[in-house]
Design a protein around this ligand. Sequence first.
Ligand code: PEP
Length: 256
Amino acid sequence: MSLRKKLIAGNWKMNKTSADAASLAEEIVAAVGKTTDVDIVVCPPFTSLDAVGKALEGSSIKLGAQNMHPEASGAYTGEISAAMLRSLFAGYVILGHSERRTYFKETDAFINQKTLAALKSELKPILCVGETLAERESGDTLKVVQTQTEQGLEGVSKEQITSVVIAYEPVWAIGTGKVATTEQAQEVHAFIRSLLVKLYGEALAQKVRILYGGSMKPANAPELLAQKDIDGGLIGGAALEARSFVDLIKSAAVAG
Ligand code: PEP
């Protein structure tokens, strides 16, 4: 029996109006809203957090955001703080997604500030790490993942680490239909676990969930989720349709 309950998180990215997002949330609630053997999180755009939060009321499904700013308030036009997310009952926040690293030039230091601010506000960070295709092909996968993990977690205490979720998302597998092989994914997940052991000790490292993300679909999920260090999935495309998202949750329940 694993120490870690599987977690399936949907990243809806910049998709769906508030009304469409609420409908999708209602469909998911109708299918798996009472599930307790898998933790489920949906992360709609900021503009849909309120409507989706209402649709999730009374269910076991948690609300998450896709980003936040590290400062509590101030002159940061277009940005959203941790306290604002908490006021809408978000419990999780995706940080350091590769799309934010690439298109918005987010650095490990900035992502680390967000991680610390999220934890201070009792938001659980889903910290994304992962290599590009060029980095994998030049043999730098583990080095890149190590830097992103260590710098992202700088200053996170032993008391806080079990509130952090790490998502290993090889950039070349996101939205491309190219999924990492189970061996490739498990190798990096085990490596991340070994980094956590060095930073926090064996007992705490065994409690931290490490999700896989990158073209996870109902067809490839069972094999990935059966790996020792794969504790769930961060799902993009397949989270936008209730049926595939629910199938992924069912696979996670089977994998236990
Ligand atoms: C993601 O963006 O976090 C992701 C994993 O996307 P997809 O499932 O579409 O590859």
